[in-house]
Each structure stands twice: as C-alpha cells, then as structure tokens.
Design a protein around this ligand. Structure first.
Ligand code: C2O
Ligand code: CU
Length: 503
C-alpha cells in the first residue's frame, strides 16, 4: 500500500502537467474563422473607456453595445459604409489585373512591379482590381495613403479577398501629394514578396506647386526597389544600372520606394541631395546632404532632390542597384555606402505640425518583445506586444477626434518597421531626445532593438486599422494588432468563406 502513493502522486502530477500544457495549447489556438473585433483585449490607453472593446460589445449578433454612464452608444458604423464617393465619375481610373505566373510570381497588368497609379492632388481615383487567376484571392492596399477605411484593402478586416475571376472597385480622393505604393493584403507575406505591388504617385495640384524659379522644372523619377527571388534587388524591375537621361543642371525628384521586408540604404555620388519628403510628406527646410546615406525603412519612401552635375552623372545607389542621372553615355563611379546615416530627428527646420501632441487625449504603449510560448499551438520564440502573444494582443481603442501619443519600444533583438494604416504619425522623440528638425511624419518607422520612439497622430479617420510590422513574415508570426475607433464595426472575418488571410 505504501508503495502506491508515489505512483499515484506522480500520475496525478503528470496528468496535471498534461492538463496545464493542454490548457495553454488550446488557449494559443487561433480560430479558423474570427472577427478581429474579438481579438485580444481592449486597451484604452490613458483615455476614457466610453465604448467596450473586443469581445465586450457583441456577445452574439445583435447585442447592443453598452454605453458608459451618461453617454449613449449609437449603432456602430460598418466599415462597408466608410468608402469613397461612388456618386460622381472618377477623375482618374485604372484597371489592375492581377495574375499568377507559373513560377509562383505575381504580375499586375502583366508586369511586376505593376503600373504606376498616378493622380493629381484632389482627384477622385478609381481602381478596378481584377483577379485573373490567383487561387487564394487577393486585395490591394494603398500603403501610406489615408484612404477611407472601407477602401484600405485588408482581407478579413475591410473587405473579402477577391476570388479568381472576381473584381473589386476601390475609390478614394488622392488628397495628399506624395509617393505611396500599393500591394496585396491577402497572404501578404507571400504575395508582396513575389511581386504583387506597384507605386502610387500623387502630384501636387498646379496651384500648390512652388512658383517656377529661374531653373528648369524638376523632373520626376520613380525608383521602386524590390528584391525578387533568383534575381536580386531591382529598381523598377531592372537589375544593375538604370540610366535616366537628363541634361546637365537638370534637377530631379527621385521617388524611392522600399517594397522589401527589411531596411535598405540609399546614397548619392556625383552630387549633393536634399530629402524633400519622407513617406509622402514634404519636409520643411531640407538642406543639402553630402557623404551620408539615408536609411529607407521597409515599406517607406523618400523623395530625394538630385541635380545632374555639369559634367558626368549623378548616381543614386542602393546596394546592388543604381539610377544614373545624366546625359546619354555619362557615367559616375559606384561608391561604397557612407558609414554615417542622415538623422531625420534633426534634419530640416521646425514647423507647426497642425496639432498639439502635448495635449494628448490618450497615450498608449506598444512594447515589442520576444519570448518562448505557443503561437497557434506551435512552440517557439514568438514576438509579443505588451507582453501578449498573438492573438491575445491589445486592441488600441480610440475615439474620433482624439490626439494620440504612442510610445513604441523594442526589446526583441531585431529591428521592426512598424506600419500604422490610415494615419500619418509625427515622430516626437527617440530614446527621450526630442525631434528638433522638420516635422517628421511617418507611416513606416524602423524601431531598432533597444530603442524607443514616441509618435503622435490625430485620430481623424474612423475605422479598424492594422498596426503591424512590415517585415511581413514577422506579421505572419504575430506582430500585428489593430487601432479601433469606437462605434465602428466590421462584418468581415479572417478565415470565413472567402479564406481571408491578411498576413
Ligand atoms: Cu503595406 Cu498592412 O501594409
Ligand atoms: Cu518585425
């Protein structure tokens, strides 16, 4: 009898361990179909909690939201209704047909990158997405453009993935001039890497353009960077040197777009340059730069002003590729990347950003780390947000009109290019050092390991917006959460009949 007790104890212990492991395992499973509104837990930051967050406001279809004392909650607005103008005819119209090549790559109208979507500030843009044969379905997301939420192109959040043979119409006003890009947001970690993307350029309205000085008008040069498997890094789809025929003395605005998963470096030889814009937003008072590189975050854009020298050419370089700006036959030697990077925290001159981050209505922390755990039942070293593993991550809750400050820190051992949809954020400080240059607006911001950025944005675009790492495999590994406006709901489901898989 006395011998059975240890056996019993160890059996009970073993069962307990199995039960606990099983409980964590089950708890980590991501349902095959779910609404992002049910994901994680509501984080209201330092602001009021006037609406219930995920899981709290729709237990069962048709349950009315709970109003805080002294307030009423209107019926939620569906993202379906947060769309561009359908009543008038568009000023510019594109049809983008997406297809899959036998080698697994994707094309848009037969090429990758796809055609440049161009508009003039104020234009109502229509893009008809046609999915020729992409079996998993596809969407188009307008990276960096603050479009209405229903036009944001995120499968399972703002629309269903468009099935093979189907189509979807996007409409939005291109109200902010600048350099942007489009890409699939269905199985994005594969479709984007394999080429389902293109650039968007919004030209300033003629009246907004600076009055012509004595020199020749600036030429626009697009430089979309993408690394294709088996090919390497390309600029506008070409490897090596891309000649851009321009006369001596001709100024160019080189619009660089990084569509890869990691940061890259840009530098110029043969001429000085100025950084005219970052992420589509013009900088104030940019000064000439020489002997420094610019770090181009994954998903980010910079517009550089480069003037063709009197003799020879100017070379705009990224590792492995160059644009050679100059008369036919003119060359400039390749040069190694300068060791020092331009610091945008102190570049240019300050200006009124148009809102006061010191009077923030809400402050959030977005702390990225990494720990051992289970992600969808798979053990591993996974990213965490505020110490939570996907899908149990914070849902950042805001009300329209809030001024929001977010402190983003990274203790995960790797850099993360953080991308908030639908908003531009102003960089306030890095590691406690305030921004002293031009207002520095971003939609894609590298948060390196061990660093902390404080950013601010105006919550002026109601919807449910992804806020994720643009190293897309990292998003796939759970580094994704959402910004959710009170009173907005989505009928779309991750999974579901359309097999929506945004990451
Ligand atoms: Cu360019 Cu959510 O992405
Ligand atoms: Cu990342």
């Amino acid at each position: 009898m006395t011998r059975r007790r240890p056996l019993l104890v160890s059996t009970v212990l073993a069962l307990a361990v199995v039960a606990v492991v099983g409980w964590f395992w089950v708890g980590s499973l991501v349902p095959g179909t779910y609404s992002v509104m049910d994901m994680g837990y509501a984080d209201h930051g330092t602001g009021p909690t006037s609406a219930a967050g995920p899981g709290g406001h729709h237990h069962g279809a048709g349950t009315a939201p709970v109003a805080a004392p002294g307030t009423t909650v209107a019926d939620p607005v569906s993202v379906r209704d947060l769309v561009g103008d359908r009543s008038r005819s568009p000023d510019v119209s594109y049809t983008l047909t997406v297809a899959q090549r036998p080698d697994g790559g994707y094309t848009v109208n037969g090429t990758s990158p796809g055609p440049v979507v161009e508009a003039t500030q104020g234009d109502l843009v229509q893009v008809v997405l046609r999915n020729e044969d992409v079996a998993e379905g596809t969407t188009l997301h307008w990276h960096g453009m603050d479009v209405p939420n229903g036009e944001d192109g995120v499968a399972g959040v703002t629309q269903d993935a468009v099935p093979a043979g189907g189509e979807h119409v996007y409409r939005f006003v291109a109200d902010e001039p600048g350099t942007y890009w489009y890409h699939s947001h269905q199985i994005s970690h594969e479709q984007v890497v394999r080429g389902l993307l293109g650039a968007v350029v919004v030209h300033p309205a003629p009246s907004a353009e600076a009055p012509d000085a004595d020199g020749p008008p600036t030429t626009d040069v697009l430089a979309l960077l993408h690394t294709y498997a088996g090919v390497g890094r390309t600029v506008n789809g070409s490897t090596g040197d891309t000649p851009v025929p321009l006369a001596p003395g001709q100024p160019a605005r080189v619009r660089l777009v990084n569509t890869d998963d990691g940061p890259t470096q840009i530098w110029v030889s043969g001429a000085a340059y100025r950084v005219l814009a970052v992420d589509g937003q013009d900088l104030n008072g940019p000064t000439p730069v020489q002997g420094r590189r610019v770090t181009l975050t994954a998903g980010a854009r910079v517009d550089l002003e480069v003037e063709v020298p009197a003799t020879g050419a100017a070379r705009v370089q990224a590792p492995g590729v160059s644009l050679v700006l100059g008369p036919a036959g003119a060359t400039a030697p390749t040069t190694p990347a300068p060791s020092e990077a331009l610091d945008l925290l102190s570049y240019g001159t300050p200006a009124d950003p148009g809102f006061d981050p010191a009077r923030a209505d809400r402050r959030f922390d977005y702390v990225i780390s990494r720990r051992f755990g289970l992600l969808d039942g798979r053990p591993g070293l996974w990213w965490t947000i505020n110490d939570h593993l996907f899908p149990d991550v914070p849902m950042f809750m805001v009300a329209e009109g809030d001024v929001v400050v977010m402190t983003m820190s990274n203790y995960s051992g790797e850099v993360h290019p953080m991308h908030l949809h639908g908003h531009h954020a102003l960089v306030l400080s890095r590691d406690g050092v305030p921004s002293t240059g031009s207002p520095w607006w971003v939609d894609s911001l590298d948060v390196p390991d061990g660093q902390t950025y404080e950013i601010a944005f105006a919550a002026d675009n109601p919807g449910i917006w992804m806020d994720h790492c643009h190293n897309l495999p990292h998003a796939r590994e759970g580094l994704v959460t959402h910004l959710m406006y009170e009173g907005v709901s989505t009928p779309f489901l991750v999974g579901g009949p359309a097999d929506n898989e945004p990451e």
